[in-house]
Write a protein that binds this ligand. Structure first.
Ligand SMILES: Cc1ncc(COP(=O)(O)O)c(C=O)c1O
Length: 430
């Protein structure tokens, strides 16, 4: 009898739900991380070009955030505070006001929601509906806003929508900037349909938009398009909600992804890198006149993740108190573009997508993009795809990644792409 060599399933395979995802393609047992690098149980080093899907914009275990958190815990600081006043929340709000909102002339109130991006989006949509008394929300092709029912209704992705198990409604989908090839301006389309009494679109409570569609394939809207969307929203009595959950907190080169576009959104959603340390934290920024929820009308047990307030305060004071970090981001984005061009040159018709430190390559094939990421992972690079066909290799390295580590990561990506292309050429010749 041949010996049974079926490997024993791991605890993850035996017990963790089939809903797990990233760990399927990257099955290492990760045990520690620092900056832009992870280590697994065998001591193997990985360069991180995923950064917790933009939740670790300042890298893993920033020493100043870590020290402040350890001090807070060691001093019996409040760990969980519902939405009670705590010193940690007050200190965060003061830092956010001083270094982020006030310098940008934003008078928005800060509403803490449950600690996920989806919860912030739910709250934003509900606020707009309450303010306007309307239910319809305009969202865009390839937009991704989370997977709870309200946010999922606004999400375009067919796979995720399929998981809802119910009709997702009260959202009208419109084509995002650049959705059609050629010169079609999809804002014209939206404006015409909303202005036509027989256009068939119910008057919207809000227009919900990402300035760069992170999950949708790094589609970057033109600033002029976003400005028009803002004007259309105003003209039609709808609020403008910018979902900055993935594109915000420095990812596109400025704290908010929209701040150089000349628009002031009525509502902004933030989560992911807000805590700076990878801790769950989300909030909604809302213009004072739209701050309409009564006490606990949109509540949540974990609105006061005090540990996240501590690290978020340090992140803001460390990186956003002056413009040196932001200036460094512009230099790094240029390095990223040049390196991506080298990789894209290996693949016929590949093209660069995104902006700032939220860029990638449309490989024109989901299979190819997936294979490149799998090969890169085997060589020690954590990287993922996005897009409607998963055809975009997306680089979301920590914004703090040293230039040398960025280069090492790109050398891996170059090798992986070269190997994948060589295989294809070989197979075609057989
Ligand atoms: C733009 C955007 N909005 C909302 C979400 C949902 O955030 P979460 O996964 O924390 O619920 C995401 C997640 O990727 C996102 O990219």
């Amino acid at each position: 009898m041949p010996k049974d060599i079926t490997p024993t399933p791991t605890i993850f395979e035996r017990r963790e739900s089939a809903a797990r995802s990233y760990c399927r393609g990257m099955p290492a047992l990760f045990t520690s991380a620092s900056g832009a690098e992870l280590k697994d149980a065998d001591g193997r080093r990985y360069i991180d070009f995923l950064a917790g899907c933009s939740s670790l914009n300042y890298g893993h275990n920033d020493p100043d955030m870590k020290a402040a958190l350890i001090d807070h815990i060691a001093g019996d600081g409040i760990a969980h505070g519902l939405d009670l006043h705590t010193d940690a929340k007050g200190d965060f709000l003061r830092a956010f006001d001083t270094h982020i909102l006030a310098p940008r002339g934003m008078d928005h109130r800060v509403m803490f929601t449950g600690p996920t991006g989806a919860n912030a989006v739910e709250a934003a949509m509900k606020i707009a509906r309450k303010v306007t008394g309307r239910s319809n929300i305009i969202a865009f092709t390839n937009g991704f806003h989370g997977v709870t029912a309200g946010a999922l209704a606004a999400t375009g992705n067919g796979y995720h929508r399929g998981g809802a198990g119910m009709t997702l409604n009260n959202v009208t989908r419109m084509p995002y900037d650049g959705y059609f090839p050629g010169d079609t301006d999809t804002a014209d389309f939206l404006e015409a349909m909303l202005s036509d009494k027989s256009g068939g679109i119910d008057a919207p409570a809000a227009i919900l938009v990402e300035t760069v569609q992170g999950e949708g394939g790094l589609n970057a809207a033109r600033p002029a398009w976003i400005r028009r969307i803002a004007r259309i929203a105003k003209a039609h009595g709808a609020l403008l909600i910018i979902d900055d959950i993935q594109a915000g907190i420095g990812r596109t080169g400025t704290f908010f992804s929209f701040e150089e576009m000349g628009v002031t959104p009525d509502i902004v959603t933030l989560a992911k890198s807000l805590s700076g340390f990878g801790l769950p934290m989300a909030l909604v920024l809302v213009r004072p006149e739209h701050d309409v929820f009564g006490p606990a009308e949109h509540n949540g047990t974990f609105r006061g993740n005090t540990h996240a307030f501590v690290t978020a305060r340090v992140a803001i004071e460390k990186f956003w108190a002056d413009d040196s970090f932001q200036r460094a981001l512009a230099d790094k984005a240029a390095i990223l573009t040049a390196a991506l061009e080298e990789v894209a040159a290996l693949v016929p018709d590949a093209r660069l997508k995104g902006r700032g430190l939220m860029q990638g390559i449309d490989m024109r094939s989901g299979d190819l993009a997936g294979e490149i990421c799998a090969r890169a992972y085997d060589k020690g690079l954590v990287i993922e795809t996005s897009g409607n066909e998963d055809q975009v290799v997306k680089v979301l390295a920590p914004l703090t990644i040293p230039a040398e580590t960025l280069r090492q990561g790109f050398n891996i990506l170059l090798d992986a792409t070269r190997d994948a292309m060589a295989d294809r050429v070989r197979l075609a010749a057989e």
